[in-house]
Structure formats: structure tokens, C-alpha cells
Design a protein. Structure first.
Lengths: 137, 149
């Protein structure tokens, strides 16, 4: 397993565990703790490249760059589709004269971040495949 | 000026303003006059046409240049990928900025009209087109370095 795969697995685990925790906290109405967990998810995802950094080693070649670029592109497409659907949904459900709480917008942005990181991790793992083809530990 | 630079100029000067007008207008009309078939139909048409813009550019270039020339090499591919990536970054920042602006400037009852959200999406498409076109043009530069027009 190379560095990019480790980062993808780490991000995916953090996302799944974090979102599950947030949902539990929201269900038992502990919103403050849910917000802290969300900030923690953002922080952990942000420092994941540093966590798996190995000094003095070449840990990113052209193939990794290509996979990363394609992963970001595809994740962006998925995230933008998510954004478009979540923005158009209230118009259909509430009607053109209705209104939505502004906090929903922040929820959409957080959802988009979760969607981006999760889809990028999944795409990266799928692109590398199961086996360790010419990958050194 | 090669085909991709020409596409970028066409997107920047024609498609982005057209999409801005014909995408936002039906949303405004739905808000003012209520949902009517004509408004929703025009919004659907502009969305479908907007999604198929690349087809117009494809046929435009094909008819103009003929079929035998190679018009897309590795450099063009790299430029296109980087322009698209940069456009997505700009789009992402625009979405965050739009949501935060609405959140910060909302009225005391803390709610916004649902019409704002489709406007944000349509605006996002325009921002994407403009950012992608400008990034493409910047990457190709001013001169015709090895380009055959």
C-alpha cells in the first residue's frame, strides 16, 4: 500500500466514523459536540498528508499524480452535482414562494466537503485497485 | 490561435453571458409569476442546451478545420485538465462564498427565499465557464508557440 492509498483509507475511515458520530450526536440533540466533531474531521483530513509523510523517500511519481488529478476531477464533478441537486431540491419541495433556513446552506457546504473527500478517497482506492502492482511499501 | 483557444474565447464572450441571461431569467419569472409550464420548460431547455454547448464547439471546429489534422495533443490535454481543475477550485470557492454571504447577511428571521439557491447554481455554471476559459487562455499565452491556425 503506498502513501496515496494510506491517505485515502485514513480519510475514508475518518469520514465514515465522524459522520456516524455526528448523526448520533444530532439524534440525541448534542449539537455543540457534533460541531466540534465536524471541525475535528476537517482537521484530521487536512493533516492526513503530513501524517503519512516519509522523509527522504520519493513517495509521489507520475502515475500517482495522474491518479490524484483524475480523482480530484471526478470528485469535483460528483460534488458539484450534489451541490446542484441540494440547491434545486427546496424549489421543488417548498415551492417558489417558500423560504429555507440559512443554516441549511452551511449544512450544504459541510455536506459538499464530506462528499468531496469521500468520493476522492473511493476513486483513489478504485484507481489503484486491489493488488500492489509495482508499489513499494 | 488554435481550436482550444478559439473555444475558450467563444465560451467567454458568448456562452457565459447567454447562460447567465437565459438561466437566471426563468428563475426570476417563476418567482414573480409563479411556476408555469413555459418558465420551467425554458429553464429545462437552457439547462440542456448549456450542457450540450461542447457539441456545438465540436461541430464548429470539425467543419472549420477538416478531419485529417491532429488537433489535440498531450499539451492540449494537460492544459484542458489543468484549466478544468482550476475552474473547479474557483467554483468551489464561489459556492462557499455564496453560502457564507447568504448566511451572514440573512434577515433576522434567518431564512432566505428558495429562488436564491437555483440562482447560485446558475451563477456557478457561469463562474465555471469563465474560469475555465480564462485559465485556458492564460496557459496558452499570447504568442502562437508552435500552433498552427
Amino acid at each position: 500500500m503506498n502513501r496515496a492509498q494510506k491517505i485515502a483509507w485514513f480519510n475514508l475511515t475518518v469520514m465514515v466514523a465522524g459522520v456516524a458520530l455526528v448523526m448520533v450526536m444530532a439524534a440525541i440533540k448534542v449539537i455543540e459536540l457534533a460541531i466540534v466533531i465536524l471541525l475535528g474531521i476537517g482537521g484530521l483530513v487536512g493533516i492526513s498528508p503530513v501524517l503519512f509523510w516519509k522523509k527522504g523517500k520519493i513517495n509521489f511519481d507520475e502515475r500517482d499524480e495522474l491518479i490524484s488529478e483524475r480523482g480530484i476531477l471526478m470528485a469535483s464533478v460528483i460534488t458539484c452535482s450534489y451541490f446542484a441537486v441540494t440547491c434545486l431540491m427546496p424549489l421543488i419541495t417548498v415551492g417558489p414562494k417558500g423560504s429555507v433556513p440559512v443554516n441549511e446552506l452551511i449544512g450544504i457546504v459541510i455536506g459538499a466537503f464530506i462528499c468531496f473527500v469521500t468520493s476522492k478517497s473511493v476513486i483513489t482506492l478504485l484507481a489503484y485497485g486491489r493488488g500492489n502492482k509495482n508499489v513499494q511499501m | 490561435v488554435n481550436a482550444w483557444q478559439r473555444n475558450a474565447w467563444i465560451s467567454l464572450l458568448f456562452f457565459a453571458p447567454l447562460w447567465l441571461i437565459f438561466g437566471q431569467l426563468p428563475i426570476l419569472l417563476v418567482y414573480l409569476e409563479g411556476p408555469k409550464f413555459l418558465h420551467l420548460f425554458s429553464f429545462a431547455c437552457s439547462t440542456i442546451l448549456g450542457g450540450l454547448m461542447w457539441l456545438f464547439l465540436f461541430f464548429f471546429n470539425k467543419n472549420r478545420k477538416g478531419k485529417k489534422k491532429t488537433e489535440f495533443d498531450e499539451r492540449d490535454q494537460l492544459i484542458l485538465i489543468r484549466a478544468t481543475l482550476a475552474a473547479y477550485v474557483v467554483l468551489w470557492l464561489y459556492f462557499i462564498a455564496a453560502c457564507l454571504y447568504a448566511w451572514l447577511s440573512a434577515s433576522p428571521e434567518r431564512s432566505i427565499s428558495v429562488n436564491v439557491m437555483p440562482m447560485v447554481v446558475v451563477g456557478g455554471i457561469v463562474v465555471f465557464l469563465v474560469a475555465q476559459s480564462i485559465t485556458t487562455l492564460i496557459q496558452y499565452g499570447r504568442g502562437d508557440k508552435g500552433e498552427q491556425s
